[in-house]
Design a protein around this ligand. Structure first.
Ligand code: FES
Length: 333
């Protein structure tokens, strides 16, 4: 699954983080979905990873895309990626499809994980749509290996779009798996599915924006947002009040320095331009990688990572997308 897109190498990725990998297998699963297997181009195996992790991939001309690692992780040192060709691809999945010949050398990042599987949880409900099944597959294999049975609802447009059928059958022999095809009867009734969960259920969701919104709103309305986990594969479309795009200043708590943030720049960019090292990855407000503490001032939150309660508490801000509704904000940097 393509997690999130950025137009350039993420600033949090150091040159030493990049690994050279070789495409050792490319299997066409549907008309627009490839399963790719990568191994290290060097002697060392590729680093291990946890279920839910993803890697960044350099797709030529400075374009970087992020893809979930999938599969059962039974082959140490080998990465499996499921990639769907986006109809409007600007170079990410299109580049992958054009460069998937066996033996091709790709540059990938070390795995990162902001969609980890919670250990010791009660019940699990996994909801996926389309290519969003890829990180969920890894999680379900992991739970199967622990002997923990989960419910998985996968939503797909039509039968011919369903990829990873071998894995799906294998997982369905252990887990409670339901595959829904929109073409057979319209959209899946997510509200009823969610109404069947309880306070102990941990929900993982990965799919199109509309589906994610329904699940997120349910989590918040039920007061259980902390048990709901999301992996985005596109920047969510959030309503934005342009009045909050005003200029403001950031005070760097460690030095007392004041950095102006003009209307035309993100807080993250202004801090970096001022020479302050800041971590980031998606730069769309979904991964939480750039989060910093707020010591004074009122953030204007535009991210999809913090819960409503965290946003109301104003203790953290994601400077890649969020701004400030007061004239200045003091950050713990
Ligand atoms: S870099 Fe991902 S939320 Fe800011």
């Amino acid at each position: 699954m393509e997690v999130i897109e950025s137009a350039a190498v993420p600033a949090g990725t150091e040159p030493g983080d990049w690994l050279q990998a070789t495409v050792c297998e490319a299997v066409k699963l549907t008309s627009d979905t490839l399963l790719l297997r990568l191994r290290s181009a060097a002697e060392d195996p590729l680093p291990g990873h946890e279920p839910g992790a993803h890697v960044a991939l350099q797709c030529g001309d400075g374009v970087v895309r992020h893809y979930s690692l999938t599969g059962s992780r039974q082959h140490a040192g080998l990465y499996e990626l499921g990639i769907k060709l986006a109809s409007d691809s600007q170079g990410g999945s299109r580049w992958v499809f054009d460069n998937a010949a066996i033996g091709s050398q790709w540059l990938i990042s070390r795995p990162r994980n902001h969609f980890p599987l919670v250990s010791g949880a009660g019940r699990f409900l996994f909801l996926s749509g389309g290519i969003g099944m890829t990180p969920i597959i890894s999680m379900l294999y992991e739970l199967k290996s622990r002997g923990v049975r989960a419910r998985w609802v996968h939503m797909c447009r039509a039968r011919e779009d369903l990829g990873f059928q071998d894995w799906l059958s294998e997982l369905a022999a252990f887990h409670d798996v339901h595959v829904h095809f929109d073409a057979d009867g319209g959209l899946y009734d997510l509200a009823t599915e969610l109404a069947g969960t309880d306070a102990q259920t941990v929900v993982y969701c990965c799919g199109p924006a509309g589906m994610m919104d329904v699940v997120r709103l349910y989590g918040e309305a039920s007061g259980r947002a902390g048990n709901f986990h999301f992996e985005y594969f596109a920047a969510p479309q959030l309503e934005r009040d342009e009045a909050q795009d005003e200029e403001f200043s950031v005070v760097q708590a460690s030095t007392g320095r004041t950095i102006p943030v003009p209307k035309t720049k993100t807080m993250l960019a202004a801090l970096r331009d001022a020479g302050i090292a800041m971590k980031s990855e998606c730069e769309y407000g979904v991964c939480g990688w750039c989060a910093v503490g707020v010591l004074e001032g009122t953030p204007a939150h535009f991210d999809s990572y913090l819960t409503s309660a965290e946003k109301a508490a104003n203790k953290l801000v994601l400077p890649c997308v969020s701004r400030c509704s007061s004239a200045r904000i003091t950050l713990d940097i």
